[in-house]
Ligand binder design. Structure first.
Ligand code: SF4
Ligand code: SF4
Ligand code: SF4
Length: 279
């Protein structure tokens, strides 16, 4: 098959050209890879590159008769052409690996899914996103599968609190109040979104990390139709992300055979069958 018909090659308005899409695993490419993309774009395209909403990179305006050479050069440099069609698309990961709000390393988690399932052909496209904290820069709810990390604070009953108020100043939800300068703080858990910022702020160790994990959203989508994913009843741990994603991917492979996106399929049949497989 010619390279023009494979995943990662997109038609343009002008039929003489194609756009090449390069998968950026978890939105990351190193400087050598970026230099190669830049060089191929200059050599075969018009020296332009663009970025997709899933952080992939595209080289537009590649003449049809130069497509094979351009793709071969990119692949020889270890780059993967893809991220289109009915397949496991690039997993979106936020910057939690170095973001001060990061609760889990969303990039590492996304790379694990990529390594195991990235590019797998399915009856329909599958999009996943991982947000490393409740700020949810990954817009998890707008994906077939979305994860949002949380960290619930716990307050010690010791007298270590000196009433400095640092935790109160970082809490955007106004969930913390001083009881009495000598009687520590209280957290209103009905307001708390488990961002963990107060845990990091308290220098006295009076607020400690409690439960940590991920909320899971299933069956969302964006684009032509916008649908918010359903909050799955069980939270999961960081170590379970890949297996959980694998079960949802297998389910789509088995059940979405009528080319129905997961959201439409779940609207039609309900979530019970999928929930049973997820355990
Ligand atoms: S979701 Fe949270 S951890 Fe991830 S980039 Fe946004 S603020 Fe940082
Ligand atoms: S975890 Fe976040 S929302 Fe909850 S009390 Fe602490 S700072 Fe406020
Ligand atoms: S819990 Fe920590 S940050 Fe909050 S007032 Fe007490 S010492 Fe300060």
């Amino acid at each position: 098959m010619g390279k023009e018909n494979r995943f990662g090659i997109l038609k343009e308005q002008d039929k003489k050209f194609r756009t090449i899409r390069i998968r950026a695993p978890a939105g990351n490419l190193n400087s050598k890879e970026l230099a190669l993309i830049s060089s191929v774009s200059g050599k075969y395209g018009r020296g332009e590159v663009c970025f997709t909403s899933r952080l992939n990179v595209e080289i537009p305006y590649v003449p049809f008769d130069k497509l094979n050479d351009a793709v071969s050069e990119l692949e020889a440099g270890g780059l993967v052409i893809g991220g289109t069609g009915a397949s496991v698309r690039a997993v979106f990961a936020c910057k939690a690996a170095f973001c001060p709000h990061g609760i889990i390393n969303s990039r590492e988690a996304a790379l694990k899914i990529e390594e195991k399932f990235g590019g797998r052909k399915l009856p329909v496209k599958f999009k996943a996103a991982i947000s490393g904290c409740p700020n949810n820069c990954g817009r998890a709810q707008l994906n077939d599968l979305g994860f949002v990390a949380f960290l619930t604070p716990e307050v010690l009953t010791s007298q270590s609190c000196d009433g400095c108020g640092l935790c109160i100043s970082v809490c955007k939800e106004d969930a913390i109040s001083l009881n009495d300068p000598k009687d520590g703080i209280s957290i209103d858990y009905s307001l708390c979104v488990s961002c963990g910022d107060c845990v990091r702020a308290c220098k006295k160790g009076n607020i400690t990390p409690g439960k940590k994990g991920l909320h899971v959203y299933i069956g969302g989508r964006a684009g032509r139709e916008i649908k918010s994913g359903i909050l799955y009843e069980n939270e999961i741990s960081e170590g379970d992300i890949t297996d959980f994603a694998g079960k949802v991917i297998d389910y789509i492979d088995d059940e979405c055979t009528g080319h129905e996106r997961l959201c439409s399929h779940l609207e039609r049949v309900g979530i019970e069958k999928l929930a049973h497989r997820l355990g």
